[in-house]
Design a protein around this ligand. Structure first.
Ligand SMILES: Nc1nc2c(ncn2[C@@H]2O[C@H](COP(=O)(O)OP(=O)(O)OP(=O)(O)O)[C@@H](O)[C@H]2O)c(=O)[nH]1
Ligand SMILES: [Mg+2]
Length: 503
């Protein structure tokens, strides 16, 4: 006979109740057993329902789905890195080694770009100056722009090669192979590497899900058939360290670049000022290096962040899914399928790009493109109830440009003779983006705007420059990325509480 098991709830309460001392009749016994069976059935059903609910909750672990949108090089992937740095620091640290190869590639590409300029026929297409297209007006209904020049052609080398530069070019020639190898390694089996034009040193991309971080970390221990290419690359770069420094410091190189309006230091993935550190044997990327590294996104990448930190006690361990998309025009049709069940959109605008054109279409001003894109997101009916956050990014680069004398109103004619400083320009842009939102968006939706410098580490102290410190009150405008991220997180959580058990 099966032994009856008893569950003790607390002292004095045992279930099923132990047999009493009283003699029971056969009928009483049958009744009691029937009652016990029924009680057990009910109890089992409750247990089953609880377990089912638990499993459901587990599989439906409340996820926050966030979509990062914006044109190419607006800083979407950099903002994602900031999320990781702030909320999943252990995971971020664990992956940081993989960025070494990307940073090495960024560096080597800048060098090879300069070396190409010593040739009569650079290996990439020549375009006109970055400032080729002017935005003539920001009428919110009809944003318009007009091209003011056409791509030009080039006859001789951009940088006149001296004997010393020829020698350097020879000595640095192994970096061509290093660039090829690193590009292949990072782009996995689908390399998509392009020189974008005279004004841009490099672009290498990864396809979503290509697992490049794993590949970039692999050593010969895990790939015995191939020599440790990454270590080889590191050794070559280290051997070239002094020559790279010399090349970058060469006055003829500097003059050739500046007289052709090529500002390498303003470009993505610029590391030539830190060669001695980055080209050293024991180089380990810092969080700031990782934020500065450039790797173009292709397709839509899904990143699952299990919160390691959290203001709300129940938040730690929760999952946030962040979709990082490729922002160039050819990539944008891939965004729409992700609009359906998204909780929030973070839209980035690189406000320093007012004097640049799209690399995929040199006739389109980048600021104009951002306005156009913003309008289409605001208008989108599927997104009508989604929390929307607008980040006016690259404030540091905007400040540098305006301080160097580049006139905002030259490119945005409706700005007229307003002051050429960050405060006035960002105020103007905020007003313009807000106006588009008001006009094209669901009226009840509130717009949240922040000025950001995504490359200023989420861990760095508030406000990256003295000028910005005095320009903006920390409570209002430009703040440390970490503070903005906490605000964004709170906002998204608060706006999406109804369907979740977050708090
Ligand atoms: N100076 C400066 N550079 C930034 C800022 N934000 C991002 N960047 C740099 O700009 C480059 C492009 O940033 P990404 O985050 O790769 O741009 P993206 O929007 O993901 O671009 P796609 O993947 O092509 O769509 C990177 O090298 C970043 O380090 C910023 O606030 N200031
Ligand atoms: Mg990206």
């Amino acid at each position: 006979m099966r032994q009856r098991t008893s569950i003790s709830y607390d002292s004095g309460h045992i279930w099923p109740p132990p047999p009493t001392n009283q003699e029971e009749t056969e009928t009483q016994r049958t009744e009691r057993l029937e009652q016990e069976r029924e009680a057990k059935r009910v109890s089992d059903e409750i247990d089953k329902a609880i377990e089912q609910h638990r499993q459901e909750m587990k599989s439906r672990r409340p996820q926050m789905k966030i979509l990062l949108l914006g044109q190419a090089e607006s800083g979407k992937s950099t903002m994602l890195k900031n999320f990781q740095l702030s909320f999943t620091p252990k995971a971020f640290k664990a992956e940081s080694g993989a960025w070494r190869a990307v940073i090495h590639l960024n560096l080597v590409r800048s060098v090879n770009f300069i070396l190409d300029l010593l040739s009569a026929n650079p290996q990439f297409a020549i375009s006109s100056s970055p400032a080729s297209v002017i935005v003539t007006g920001f009428d919110v209904l009809g944003i318009s722009q007009s091209p003011d020049s056409q791509p030009g052609t080039l006859t001789g080398p951009i940088i006149e090669p001296t004997d010393e530069l020829r020698r350097l070019k020879m000595r640095l020639s192994p970096l061509k192979r290093v660039e090829e190898m690193l590009s292949k390694r990072i782009s996995a089996d689908d390399p998509h590497v392009s020189r974008k034009g005279l004004n841009s040193a490099s672009e290498v991309s990864v396809r979503s899900g290509s697992g490049w971080k794993a590949l970039a970390r692999l050593s010969h221990r895990t790939r015995p058939q191939s020599p440790d290419e990454l270590e080889d690359a590191g050794r070559v770069i280290e051997a070239c360290r002094d020559d790279i420094t010399e090349l970058w410091a060469d006055p003829v190189v500097q003059k050739g670049l500046s007289s052709n309006d090529i500002a390498l230091q303003e470009q993505s993935g610029f590391f030539l000022n830190e060669v001695s550190r980055i080209a050293s044997k024991d180089y380990v990327p810092t969080p700031e290096d990782i934020l500065k590294a450039r790797l173009q996104t292709m397709g839509v990448e899904e990143h699952r962040l299990i919160m390691e930190t959290g203001q709300f006690t129940t938040e730690s361990g929760r999952e946030w899914v962040i979709y990082d998309v490729g922002g160039s025009r050819g990539q944008r049709p891939a965004w729409a399928p992700f609009f359906d069940d998204v909780n929030a959109i973070i839209f980035l605008v690189p406000i320093s790009a007012f004097n640049q054109t799209l690399s995929e279409d040199r006739s389109v001003n980048r600021l104009w493109d951002s306005f156009y894109l913003w309008q289409s997101i605001c208008t989108n009916r599927i997104l009508a109830n989604v929390t929307i956050i607008l980040l006016l990014n690259k404030v540091d680069a905007l400040e540098a440009k305006l301080n160097s004398g580049i006139s905002f109103s030259k490119y945005v004619t409706s700005y007229k003779d307003s002051p050429n400083n960050v405060e006035a320009v960002s105020k103007y842009l905020k007003a313009k983006f807000s106006a588009i939102h008001r006009q094209h968006s669901n009226r009840t939706r509130k717009l949240h705007i922040h000025l950001t410098t995504a490359t200023a580490s989420a861990c760095s102290p508030p406000l990256h420059s003295d000028t910005l410190n005095t320009l903006f009150s920390p409570s209002q405008d430009h703040q440390a990325t970490s503070i903005i991220l906490v605000r964004i997180r709170e906002l998204i959580l608060t706006n999406n509480l109804i369907d979740s058990d977050f708090v």
